[in-house]
Design a protein around this ligand. Structure first.
Ligand code: ADP
Length: 474
């Protein structure tokens, strides 16, 4: 009995041990199975993200990149590696894949790591709010990617470009991308957020609200920082393609940073064919308006010229109502193109049918000088250069930095001495005056087929039209 009992007890013990062993094995198997399923799911997601990013980026890089490259001025003679990288991007059709932080396909952090404080702005492609990182209390700007109907539910090209370029940039005059975070439902594009360093102002809001224009020394500080940021971008084969005052941020320490890289892209040397539908109308260079598909950093320098004028008067310089009106305003300020002032102008797609005054252009300097009577001769010289009709004649950002305008008195004001302004972004949603945005992808360029500019400087025509003047389409 005792032995039986012992044996039965022994059996029970053995059974229990066996049962425990089996349970453990089962649990381990279950764990391994779940682990495998999770890994497979992650791999599948990664493959899908790779394919989507590759497709979107191929689309982004495509941007009309067909045909043989034209000869052009080099943006910068240096940076062999960047050049090779850009060239390989253009030539091999092998898009670089985006990595949203956390290693190869590591999960980006959740947006829950940030508490929203207030909305700042709803822009063309995104939505920006001020937020605080829960762990550190640091204030940041959260920019949500907006769906572009053109992307048909895929990843938005503008957002991908912005992420890729900002991830690569590291310069004190370019806004810093801290990380990319996601909301719970990662299948929704609008649940992807860029976490950017927060700056209290954008220049447009300041210009709209300030009672007095910037001092000459302050304009110089801002322009020098802008040129420095643009020089960095161009050195790294990046065209911004949407420089304007609302895309220039300023912090309370007088530091300016270039933001909004939704239109930006890498270019090689020579550049590929690119869409001319870039840059907000009021800041768009004449070669773009005339349909060029080969352009370089000079289009950004034209925008810098427009920004220069705006900093002086607090009003956008060339507020055209449409492409024809924009060209008209450009010709009125800068003169009409001639063989001498812009030799390659007639070869531009939209220039062939244009009728221009036979007398040719006026001296651009005199109009600009009259419009900016307080600007020094060096300042007029720089502004004239930036607003040269012929892109070849505009200074590069590096050349601009060396311009005597910045060396002459009054010297650029020290950033630390820059005045401070009440921050709208810090407290309230902005209500802005209506200003145009950069063109949407897929938008049609205006057909300037045959526009008659012959009456542009005729006094009689001006009087008849009450001082203004409009174009005749023929
Ligand atoms: P969109 O691409 O939608 O036009 P932007 O990047 O131009 O968006 O941002 C829109 C506005 O949001 C800017 O004009 C600026 O006022 C504000 N903003 C953008 N980034 C920041 C930032 N890092 N800090 C503070 N405000 C910002």
């Amino acid at each position: 009995m005792a032995s039986k009992a012992k044996s039965r007890w022994a059996d029970d013990e053995a059974d229990a041990a066996l049962e425990a062993q089996l349970k453990k094995e089962k649990e381990e198997k279950k764990r391994l199975k779940a682990e495998k399923a999770r890994r497979l799911e992650e791999e599948k997601k990664a493959r899908e993200a790779t394919a989507a990013a590759a497709q979107a980026q191929a689309q982004a890089e495509g941007d009309g990149a067909n045909g043989p490259p034209a000869k052009r001025r080099r943006i910068s003679p240096e940076r062999e590696t960047a050049q090779a990288a850009a060239a390989s991007d253009e030539n091999t059709n092998a898009p670089k894949l985006l990595r949203f932080g956390g290693g190869a396909f590591g999960r980006p952090r959740s947006v829950e790591n940030y508490d929203k404080l207030n909305d700042i702005e709803e822009g063309a492609y995104g939505w920006v709010s001020r937020a605080k990182e829960v762990a550190t209390g640091e204030v940041v700007a959260l920019k949500r990617l907006k769906i572009d109907p053109k992307d048909r539910g895929g990843l938005p090209v503008t957002g991908l470009r912005e992420i890729q370029i900002l991830k690569d940039c590291d310069h004190r005059n370019v806004v810093k991308l801290r990380e990319v975070v996601v909301g719970d439902d990662t299948s929704r594009i609008e649940n992807i957020f860029l976490v950017l360093e927060f700056l209290e102002h954008d220049l447009k809001s300041i210009l709209e609200d300030m009672p007095e224009p910037f001092l000459a020394s302050e304009v110089k500080t801002l322009l020098r920082q802008l040129a420095s940021g643009v020089a960095y971008l161009h050195d790294n084969w990046i065209l911004h393609r949407d420089l304007k005052t609302s895309n220039l941020l300023l912090n309370n320490r007088g530091q300016l940073k270039i933001a909004d890289f939704g239109m930006a892209r890498y270019v090689g040397d020579p550049p590929p064919k690119l869409t001319q539908l870039v840059v907000t109308l009021w800041y768009r260079a004449p070669e773009l308006l005339l349909g060029t598909s080969r352009y370089d950093g000079a289009i950004d320098m034209w925008s810098v010229g427009c920004i220069f004028g705006e900093l002086l008067t607090r009003e956008p310089l060339l507020q055209g109502r449409n492409e024809v009106d924009e060209l008209t305003k450009i010709f009125e300020l800068c003169g009409v193109p001639t063989e001498e002032s812009w030799p390659s102008f007639r070869r531009l797609p939209n220039a062939r049918g244009l009728r221009l005054p036979s007398s040719g252009g006026r001296a651009t300097g005199s109009t600009i000088r009259a419009k900016f009577p307080l600007l020094t001769a060096a300042g007029v010289g720089l502004l004239n250069g930036l607003l040269a009709l012929d892109p070849e004649k505009r200074p590069t950002a590096k050349e601009m930095l060396a311009h005597e305008y910045f060396r002459q008195d009054p010297k650029p004001k020290q950033e630390a001495m820059f005045p401070t302004f009440p921050s709208k972004a810090g407290q309230e949603r902005r209500r802005r005056r209506e200003t145009p945005n950069a063109p949407a992808r897929g938008q049609q360029a205006a057909d300037l087929g045959a526009v008659d500019f012959t009456g542009i400087f005729s006094g009689r025509e001006r009087e008849e039209r009450g001082g203004g003047f409009s174009l005749r389409m023929v």
